[in-house]
Design a protein around this ligand. Structure first.
Ligand code: GLC
Length: 739
């Protein structure tokens, strides 16, 4: 009999329930006045705290070792705690936000970043990370775009798999973090882009667009799945047996641990599906939800529900066994302190190799959106004015860098100071980031965002005058603008995703006097840039680039790196276009090919239907010419189709090109998107190099999900698009014959 089977047999009902309870750190600190507070608030006893199975968002070798030591002293059966935390895109070394990394189109690069994040976090005593976030997003009003890798199910799936591999590298040898994919499911599609709002998705879209990345995480071996706050089919995910049992366990054969998002079990009451905490506990547990994160439900009601036969004790035992198995897999019964070590923290935090990887990733994640007359890269000796609220601002690590330190960020000014002579660089803030910070509220997990204040009117006048003066003197102005770090991330939905009006007016005023202007954006979502893009000569979308952001941007500005980022999420022209995404259905009145008179087609009266910058788009120093798209006219069941395309670098600049292959199922039993990404390859092109890029199209790429979640493969005509974005493509067609 295994050690954990023996252990389970020895456990009391209260001890079993405890393994399904996750409490936050304040319950485990020594100061009694602190622990009394939360215990009283949650209505639990010290005994119940001592039976808890896991801790939320406590990290640091010294702290975790101390808590574990104290816990084991009080644990009758010496069952170690699990330390779980949000290590989404870095621990101390912070990588670019996931939406930025999605624009690298490099799962291999992202895997390395996750491996580094795990290495630092393990030395700090973490065991589980609440990542990767696998929520597909199409709505830029939703603040948590920044945590997603974008609007495409294939790209997201490849990246999510890479994240799980990276986080869980050498997991069973004490090095990796157990990955907890989130938020299952469909959290990225809240109605009106409002966080925590209802999700209304057809089953077909759920299976086709939103579920694949979570499945990819399960297939990559993630150890946990976190239930989402939202409803699916009107049932909150945390109590949705179809999601947690039928899909996750019966279809996908997931045998790991399920955990609720923060207090989501108790939120079944305001959702209106549970009468009280007892009822919420019963619904969630019987739906298949193992661990109750930070709510009083399971801890106060699960034992009674079992005793009263409303929860089968066997089901309880199975849930507890899954948690014990996770602890066994992590080796915690042999070494409860696992990798927690202050010495290793010192060795790994900000390790030069980690920072170098962060710098490379940030450079490969930024996207060059405009570069008129090849203004960039800047030539040596160019006199530069660096102006804007992000000119010398370290708050560039994004809201979910919970364990990051903005004090370690390299700002854009610091990086330029390293490459420019003092008389080549003029720097000033120029204007406020925001004219009011009160609406931002607070964000408990992120402590480094200090309460910020606005300039006085006198300061504003002075800054504006100095900025205009510098703009006149310089050869090129770099305008470092964007969102406040807390304007994206959780609970940061916005109805207006323009830059603030005062920034827009400032950009226009500077552009009027400047010789040349480069807009550099720090933000966590696609913004509406229609009111600024025409006023500047170049635009770099830098996102929240992480600890090495300044260096990465400077490397691109001065040609040390050739920007290769390609958008993983469409940029709208107007708020009213949102949600806007490339893989949409044609409709019966497509704007670009309808028999109806021009008025009566699917369009707006006041805005084009196309995005300002499309999915897959980005510029580089190099330019490529596409030619010779070759493929057979048809292929049959059991065969594959070989597709070739010639990509020619027209410039002396070497660079990475992401060649993208899209398909359209022209006629099917359900309407199919106008195009769907089915494969991509990154090729390193030498100067003036011509390369044949070969793809293999297989039957799997032709399938789609029906409303029952069954894969369907139908014969017929397909269009194929191959190119360097979802719009710069060569088009072909083929027929797939069933026999
Ligand atoms: C938050 C987030 C989730 C996070 C969890 C623990 O509310 O929704 O992504 O992992 O709570 O911090």
């Amino acid at each position: 009999m295994s050690r954990i089977t023996t252990l389970l047999a020895q456990m009391t009902l209260e001890e079993k329930v405890g393994q399904l309870v996750q409490l936050s750190g304040e319950f485990f600190v020594d100061e009694p006045q602190l622990t009394v507070g939360p215990k009283a608030k949650l209505g639990i006893s010290q005994q119940q705290v001592q039976c808890a199975g896991s801790v939320l968002n406590v990290s640091g070798a010294k702290k975790t070792r101390h808590i574990q030591e104290q816990h084991l002293q009080n644990s009758r059966l010496k069952i170690p705690l699990l330390f779980m935390a949000d290590i989404v895109y870095g621990y101390r070394t912070v990588f670019p936000i996931p939406l930025a990394m999605g624009c690298s189109w490099s799962p291999a690069l992202i895997e390395r970043c996750c491996q580094v994040a795990a290495q630092e976090a393990v030395s700090a005593g973490s065991h589980v990370t609440f990542a990767p976030m696998a929520d597909l997003v199409r709505d830029a009003r939703w603040g948590r775009c920044m945590e997603s890798t974008g609007e495409d199910p294939l790209l997201n799936s490849r990246i999510v798999s890479a994240c799980v591999r990276g986080f869980q590298h050498n997991l069973e040898h004490g090095e990796g973090l157990a990955a907890c994919v989130k938020h299952f499911a469909g959290y990225g599609a809240p109605v009106a882009g409002r966080d925590y709002n209802t999700v209304e998705l057809s089953r077909q879209s759920l299976f086709e667009d939103y579920l694949p990345p979570y499945l990819a995480a399960v297939q990559a071996g993630c150890k946990l799945v976190m239930s989402a706050f939202n409803t699916i089919d009107g049932i909150p995910a945390t109590a949705n047996r179809w999601l947690l049992q039928t899909v996750l366990r019966d279809r996908w054969h997931f045998d790991g641990v399920t955990i609720a998002d923060y207090a989501a079990v108790k939120e079944l009451i305001p959702h209106g599906v549970a009468e009280d905490e007892r009822h919420a506990s019963q619904l969630a547990f019987n739906a298949g939800l193992d661990i109750d994160m930070k709510s009083p439900c399971y801890v106060n009601h699960l034992a009674a529900l079992v005793n009263q036969g409303e929860i089968p004790e066997e089901a309880l035992n199975q849930a507890v066994m899954r948690v014990l198995q996770l602890k066994e897999t992590l080796g915690l019964f042999d070494d409860p302190f696992r990798g927690a070590s202050e010495e290793k923290e010192q060795a790994w935090f900000y390790h030069p190799d980690h920072l170098a990887l962060a710098r490379e990733t940030a450079a490969r994640s930024l996207v060059l959106l405009k570069n008129d007359n090849a203004l960039l890269p800047l030539k040596p000796g160019t006199k530069v004015a660096l102006i804007g609220p992000y000119a010398d601002n370290p708050d560039i690590i994004g809201l979910w860098a919970v364990y990051g330190e903005t004090s370690h960020s390299v700002t854009l000014k610091q990086a330029l100071d390293e490459v420019l002579a003092p008389d080549e660089l003029l720097t000033t803030q120029g204007c406020d980031l925001l004219l009011n910070y009160d609406f931002l509220g607070e964000f408990g997990a992120t402590t480094q965002v200090d309460a910020q204040s606005c300039m006085s009117e006198e300061q504003r006048q002075t800054e504006q005058a100095r900025a205009l003066q510098y703009a006149r003197e310089a050869d090129v102005v770099l305008l470092a603008m964007g969102e406040h770090m807390m304007q994206s991330g959780e609970a940061a939905s916005r109805t207006d995703i323009h830059l603030p009006q005062h920034q827009v007016e400032f950009i226009q005023s500077i552009a009027r006097v400047a010789k040349k202007t480069v807009l550099i954006l720090f933000n966590g979502r696609p913004l509406v840039l229609s009111d600024v893009v025409e006023h500047v000569d170049a635009v770099i979308e830098a996102w929240f680039p992480g600890s090495e952001g300044g260096h990465a941007i400077a490397d691109v500005l001065y040609g040390k790196r050739n920007p290769s980022g390609r958008l993983s999420m469409s940029f709208p022209r107007a708020n009213g276009q949102v949600p806007i995404y490339y893989n949409a259905l044609s409709t019966g009145r497509p704007a670009d090919k309808s028999d109806h008179s021009p008025r009566f087609i699917s369009k707006y009266l006041d805005c084009p239907t196309t995005p300002l910058f499309p999915f897959g788009f980005g510029l580089s120093w190099h330019r490529v010419e596409l030619s010779e798209l070759t493929l057979a006219a048809q292929f049959c069941a059991g065969e594959t189709l070989t597709v070739g395309i010639t990509v020619r670098n027209l410039t002396p600049h070497a660079g990475i090109e992401t060649v993208q292959l899209y398909l359209q199922d022209c006629v099917a039993s359900i309407a199919r998107p106008v195009m769907m990404l089915k494969e991509f390859q990154q090729v390193m092109l030498k100067a003036d190099e011509t390369r044949r890029v070969i793809f293999t199209v297989n039957e799997e790429m032709l399938t789609f999900f029906n409303a029952e979640g069954e894969k369907v493969l139908e014969p017929g005509r397909f269009n194929i698009f191959v190119g360097t974005s979802s719009v710069e493509v060569l088009k072909g067609e083929f027929i797939y014959r069933a026999a």
